[in-house]
Design a protein around this ligand. Structure first.
Ligand code: REX
Length: 351
């Protein structure tokens, strides 16, 4: 089937809708057979009024989970660990259930509770309490284990940041190095992702950056500038910094098979439904969205204080979209931003 050209007006409309729904700014970058479309709206800094800039860097939240998954699956490809082995084989005594496997972590089917629900129940106080804190991986795992399991291992999809905290622990145990070295050597450098970094626990976004603004829970309260934080509450589950172009490069290279063996990429893109709409799926650290035109896109979404992100490619890696809005805790803005996917990959709506 021929690939429709992106609906550029539709992408712009989605960015403007995100702003109408409370984002100070938004931007999107589409890369396809006919070239690149870069679209920006609003501001990247409310104090200075500096306009959104397609080259600026921002926190990608859970899109980090796909970076962590790529590193771990490279280790599987190298025979360093086995997907269906118990996590406790590599991290003895860490988890209270030997039935929890590495695959259960990557598919959010481990049953490990997501400690962020309690941590951020009160959005702004919760954020202020941790924005400068530095957690060890073990402290985050302990927070999760203090809550009941959410499913028997492997039985149901239950999204949890704890899964990708354990993925970070596995990477550090198996490589003998901090996780940032693995990201750098195995993904950032080979793909020349010059705007992408993992600087935990440094709180800054270095270079040209987007400032992020957190919506408080109470309507009418002022936005909170949440740009500087350690993101130590997430680390390998959400602390990567990147840019629109680097995210396009990453998801495209992943789908083109530049990062994993064909067999491993097949494992990663083998999905199960995450809801009953039959359009949203999860593989290994990877979402699949089935769009209205039948196109399937693979990537991840991200939500971290002040930033909503989408980063997706088609299965052949020939078309990629990344989009960010510099707000969070405001679902309407996130849904509006998600409209960039249909516009980018399905083209103009039939009249
Ligand atoms: C869902 C998303 N997950 C992620 O990106 C991870 C890293 N983020 C979270 O789990 C949300 C933490 C709270 C954000 C805060 N919300 C609150 O504080 C709510 N009380 C905010 O919106 O900034 C994904 O996988 O797409």
């Amino acid at each position: 089937t021929e690939t429709p050209a992106p609906d550029v007006a539709g992408i712009t409309a989605a960015l403007n809708a995100a702003m109408a729904d409370g984002a100070p700014g938004a931007m999107a970058r589409f890369s396809g057979p006919d070239g690149v479309e870069s679209l920006t709206a609003g501001v990247r800094d409310r104090a200075t009024g500096a306009p959104m800039d397609i080259h600026a860097r921002f926190r990608i939240g859970s899109v980090s989970k796909t970076f962590s998954t790529v590193v771990l699956l490279q280790l599987v490809d190298e025979g360093r660990l086995v997907l269906d082995a118990p996590v406790n084989r590599y991290l003895p005594g860490l988890l209270p259930d030997d039935r929890i496997t590495v695959r259960h972590l990557l598919t959010h089917r481990s049953g490990l509770a997501d400690y962020t629900n309690a941590m951020f129940a009160d959005t702004v106080p919760g954020f202020e309490a941790v924005r400068n804190r530095v957690f060890t991986y073990q402290e985050l795992v302990d927070l999760s284990l203090a809550e009941p399991r959410t499913t028997e291992p492997g039985v149901s999809y239950r999204y949890s940041n704890a899964n990708f905290v354990v993925v970070g622990m596995l990477i550090e145990k198996l490589t003998g190095k901090p996780v940032d070295r693995a990201y750098e050597q195995r993904v950032f450098k080979p793909l020349k992702l010059r705007d992408t970094s993992y600087v935990h626990p440094d709180t800054r976004i270095k270079g040209l950056r987007v400032r992020g603004y957190l919506h408080p829970d109470a309507a009418g309260e002022p936005l909170v500038d949440s740009t500087e934080q350690t993101v130590s509450w997430a680390q390998s589950a959400g602390a990567v910094i990147s840019s629109p172009a680097d995210l396009n490069t990453f998801t495209s290279a992943l789908m083109r098979g530049r990062l994993l063996s064909p067999a491993m990429l097949e494992e990663m893109t083998t999905v199960t439904p995450t809801d009953t709409t039959n359009t949203r799926f999860y593989g290994l650290g990877l979402r699949r969205y089935d769009l209205s035109c039948g196109t399937r896109v693979y990537g991840h979404t991200g939500t971290v204080q002040g930033f909503y992100t989408y980063a997706f490619s088609t299965r052949d890696g020939r078309r990629s979209l990344s989009a960010v809005a510099n707000t969070s805790n405001h679902g309407a803005a996130n849904t509006a931003l998600g409209g960039t996917l249909e516009a980018a990959f399905c083209g103009p709506k039939p009249a």
